[in-house]
Design a protein around this ligand. Structure first.
Ligand code: NAP
Length: 305
């Protein structure tokens, strides 16, 4: 066990010497008073083609970040890029960055594909687009069944995406961030990473893993200028349940019966706050629930008509 980790040169006052751009030797930058800003920073969002990821990309771009959009559905990413930057379609069919655009890149990346994640990260680094912020959001639930009846293919999809995919993305970008002495990984966990619910077994396990990986990486990067955080939503009405129930939209919508669930934008508000915290602040772990939810097992539903 290690304690009082000190891997970096410190100033005479005992604080880490300058690393991140805009951070003074005291560790206090121009944003030290009040909340900070993401303006001018590069933010990569995985799973940006729908739901929470799409909302995060829009929000971070609206707050002045240059966004890099990853997901498998490239057509959706291009149409999102076009709403963020109306000139996008005319200039970019390749997904490459162009000077001054709020969209710094678009790529079809399946986060389960380790080689694809590393190759795309390398391509970004080679063109000098190392993300300051990574919103590690791509994820899914597949099915809802007891272990005794579960589909092992669904288990593979969840573990490969939510755990290994999240790890591949961290592995691809953390070394660059560490070399630069700044950066912020924001992992999207879940209330399911704190409380198990019946038939949620493997999805819950994958989000418990996100929690362990986030906390572990936060300890490992201590004193480096790199931050690792988790934002853990409760019920959010996105495409999540449609994916979980393999396109059964009626079953999916019943998940939100009688409750005003979170929207992607509600979660993006929190992610934007976490991302904009000044360098000396790490909003390490946030649980964000609809007001009608008080845990995985406690949801208040308005009686139906
Ligand atoms: N909705 C909720 O109630 C809720 C609650 C807590 C946590 N979360 C978490 O929030 C995150 C986002 O979910 P959401 O609610 O926004 O669901 P969503 O609307 O279904 O969006 C999921 C996103 O992940 C992407 N994705 C899935 N598999 C991928 C893969 N292998 N490679 C790359 N991208 C992939 C999808 O894009 P493509 O299909 O185009 O690849 C899509 O953009 C997930 O990690 C989820 O576990 C959701």
């Amino acid at each position: 066990m290690q304690s009082n980790v000190s891997r970096h040169p410190t100033t005479s006052s005992g604080r880490r010497a300058e690393g991140a751009a805009g951070v003074t030797q005291s560790g206090r930058g121009p944003t030290a008073r009040g909340h900070g800003s993401v303006r001018g920073r590069v933010a990569l969002v995985t799973g940006a083609s729908a739901g929470i990821g799409e909302a995060c990309a829009r929000r971070l771009a609206a707050d002045g970040a240059r966004v890099v959009l990853w997901a498998r559905r490239l057509d959706r990413l291009h149409s999102l890029a076009g709403t963020i930057d109306p000139g996008w379609a005319g200039r970019n069919s390749s997904g490459a960055a162009s000077e001054g655009s709020p969209v710094a890149g678009v790529a079809s990346v399946d986060v389960r594909d380790r080689a694809a994640v590393f190759a795309e990260a390398r391509r970004l680094a080679d063109q000098g687009t190392i993300p300051d912020i990574v919103v590690n959001n791509a994820g899914l639930a597949a099915g809802l069944a007891p272990v005794a009846e579960g589909d092992p293919d669904n288990w593979d999809r969840m573990i490969d995406t939510n755990v290994k995919g999240l790890l591949f993305v961290m592995r691809a970008f953390l070394p660059h961030m560490l070399r630069r002495g700044s950066g912020h990984i924001i992992n999207i966990g879940s209330i399911a990473g704190r409380q198990v619910y019946p038939d949620g077994n493997v999805y819950c396990a994958s989000k418990f893993a996100v929690r362990a990986i986030t906390e572990g990486a936060s300890q490992e990067t201590l004193g480096t200028g790199v931050r690792v955080s988790a934002v853990n939503p409760g019920l959010a009405e996105t495409e999540f349940s449609i994916v979980r129930f393999a396109g059964d939209s009626q079953r999916a919508s019943s998940v939100y019966d009688g409750i005003r669930a979170l929207s992607g934008d509600d979660v993006a508000d929190v992610v934007a706050y976490v991302a904009a915290a000044p360098p000396h602040v790490n909003v390490a772990d946030v649980l964000v629930l609809p007001s009608a939810q008080a845990g995985a097992h406690h949801v208040y539903r308005e009686p139906g008509e």
